[in-house]
Design a protein around this ligand. Structure first.
Ligand SMILES: [Zn+2]
Length: 176
């Protein structure tokens, strides 16, 4: 994987006067998030997948983000936590890569669960399932740690110095 931190992706949206989707995320920031997830998906080999970025924050308080792969489709729903934009860039990058990698691990994970559930029986299954899920999280996160540092950071401005009312279609630049 080649580092391409300087590569920028266009974001379509109006930066200022964007209505809030929820506290900590407005329409422009949401557009940036959508663009970033799409760009990162392309980077990790998910060009043939589609993603729906949910307009509601992730439900779990301890989750940076969550992804739900749609059964039978190369599609997943992604939601991020309420304080997403206050997380450090490198943390958001890691989280996005981690969640996207679940698109690869979901199929073997689900297949293993289906096979094991019948084999181990109902009494033991909850323990085996919890162990398997933890193992899959560790594998996913280890790969994300190795991969994410070679990928672009989510560089966009969270501020209000763009022209009011003008759609912003250029490269995202960091505020100085
Ligand atoms: Zn995970």
């Amino acid at each position: 994987m080649v580092a391409r931190a300087g590569r920028r992706h266009p974001v379509y949206g109006t930066r200022t006067q964007s209505p809030a989707i929820w506290h900590g995320m407005n329409e422009y920031e949401f557009a940036c998030l959508c663009t970033y997830v799409r760009a990162m998906a392309d980077e990790v080999g998910l060009r043939d997948w589609t993603f729906t970025i949910m307009r509601e924050p992730a439900k779990g308080d301890d989750l940076g983000a969550e992804i739900t792969v749609t059964y039978g489709r190369r599609h997943a729903n992604v939601s991020v936590c309420r304080d997403w934009n206050s997380l450090p860039d490198h943390e958001r990058r890691h989280i996005v890569v981690h969640e996207l990698l679940h698109c690869f691990t979901n199929a073997p994970h689900m297949r293993t669960e289906v096979m094991l559930e019948d084999l181990v029986g109902a009494a033991v299954w909850p323990v085996v399932e919890a162990s398997l899920r933890m193992d899959m999280e560790h594998v996913t996160d280890a790969i994300a740690s190795a991969l994410a540092k070679h990928l672009p950071l989510p560089e966009w401005i969270v501020g209000d110095d763009m022209p009011i009312g003008e759609p912003w279609v250029g490269p995202v630049e960091r505020a100085t």
